[in-house]
Design a protein around this ligand. Sequence first.
Ligand SMILES: [Mn+2]
Length: 273
Amino acid sequence: MANELRFRSIWISDVHLGTSGCQAEYLLDFLKHTECDHLYLVGDIIDGWALKRNWYWEQSHNDVIQKVLRKARKGTQVTFIPGNHDEAARQFIGLMFGEIKIEDEVIHTAANGKRYLVLHGDQFDAVVQCAKWLAIVGDRAYGLTLKLNHWFNRARARLGLGYWSLSQYLKHKVKKAVNFVTDFEEAVAAEAKNRGLDGVICGHIHKAEMREINGVMYCNDGDWVESLTALVELANGELRIITWQKLYGEQAEQLAALLPSPIFSPIYQGNAA
Ligand SMILES: [Mn+2]
């Protein structure tokens, strides 16, 4: 009963249901232990691209969808903003799917009056030079790469070929990917600024972030494949990134300690402040 966390709004994206990488169990745990007035699904919720290639669907993926539908039925205002991986849903923009509103982008007004543009973000891939943000994973693989490089060049030497630095090559790639992230963030923030808004909330690049860029607040809610993050709005309009890499039971105290108590009080305690 008293173990739900209450927020004014929650943003999640890049869930990629329909892929083995989707951390549906963690998302389900998150959805079970949180409540909100506004729930925004900021794109790439169902990975239609992956499903077309290879059908992958687990019970937990159904459960996530059921949970969201149930929240919508129970009064949470749910908005789904399709991303590039679930672009098939873009033909339904402006329509309702049950109680879920499908939109291309929305403007969210926070409790403190601040206005945020909410969109998935793939629209800015074209603006940002054609870099492959996926190369970011190269960063993780760097150590492995060094080892590979060693064996690779031993093989090359045996074949009478010169040294070629695989790690150097990948490092260059990663640097380009990092540039991409910065360029993306700046492009999205610039759009919010052009529209005279206080900030922007997006997903797409799987990198949770909250920082001021040229006078507007850039927020990215991250993903549920790797980082397991959501963006939340507290009752006073403040935004926070929540990381859910442990199940609720394992981190209940840490979560409670993270937020000021009157705002972060378990639901149903009847504090009408
Ligand atoms: Mn995307």
